[in-house]
Design a protein around this ligand. Structure first.
Ligand SMILES: [Zn+2]
Length: 181
């Protein structure tokens, strides 16, 4: 079983992951992963509560199939950063080894494109999607569906995703307008 739990930036995905882990059975062999792009030091940390859990880190070359066949439960933070090949490895682990796989990540990038890993995961009929809702960080009145890259109150549509820029969760109206208040 694969669950993809997604939300915008700042929606508490990591806190949700850590809380969900607390509910797993202590006897289960649980493995945690996070992308080395966002976490080079090997910890999943919730910025909201400072809870943290040691994890393994993955890069583009990492093979989940070789690493986690013995796990009962796999948690992956920043799952949108998986490659489509890694998404297929996880589908195989779920189908063949009945591993309970729980992925936490974004749905769309700052340009509004669905991540390739998400498309690959959704191509598997047995993947279920769960959304963490978040109010728009600009107007506060509507639900956020967009991860905007913001510089000097202007929404940036060009360039690459990076860790140094500011990202905000915005509703459709605020995102399309192109700037924030
Ligand atoms: Zn808004």
């Amino acid at each position: 079983m694969i669950k993809y739990i997604y939300g915008t930036v700042n929606s508490g995905k990591t806190l949700s992951l850590l809380s969900s882990y607390m509910d797993t059975l202590i006897s289960q062999n649980t493995v945690f992963y996070k992308s080395e792009l966002s976490e080079p030091y090997g910890f999943i940390t919730s910025s909201k509560t400072k809870m943290r859990k040691q994890c393994r880190v993955f890069d583009d070359k990492f093979n989940f199939f070789l690493d986690s066949v013995k796990a009962d439960v796999i948690f992956i933070d920043d799952a949108h950063l998986l490659t489509d090949a890694q998404a297929r490895q996880l589908i195989l682990l779920s189908d063949e080894f009945l591993i309970d796989i729980r992925l936490y990540g974004l749905f769309k990038d700052f340009q509004g494109k669905t991540y390739k890993s998400v498309i690959e995961l959704m191509s598997n009929e047995k993947t279920s999607l769960f959304k963490i809702e978040k109010q728009c960080e600009n107007c506060g009145s509507q639900l956020a569906y967009n991860n905007a890259k913001v510089s000097d109150r202007v929404i940036i549509m060009e360039g690459k995703q990076d860790n140094d820029s500011k990202y905000m969760a915005l509703c459709d109206d605020c995102y399309r307008r192109g700037w924030i208040d």
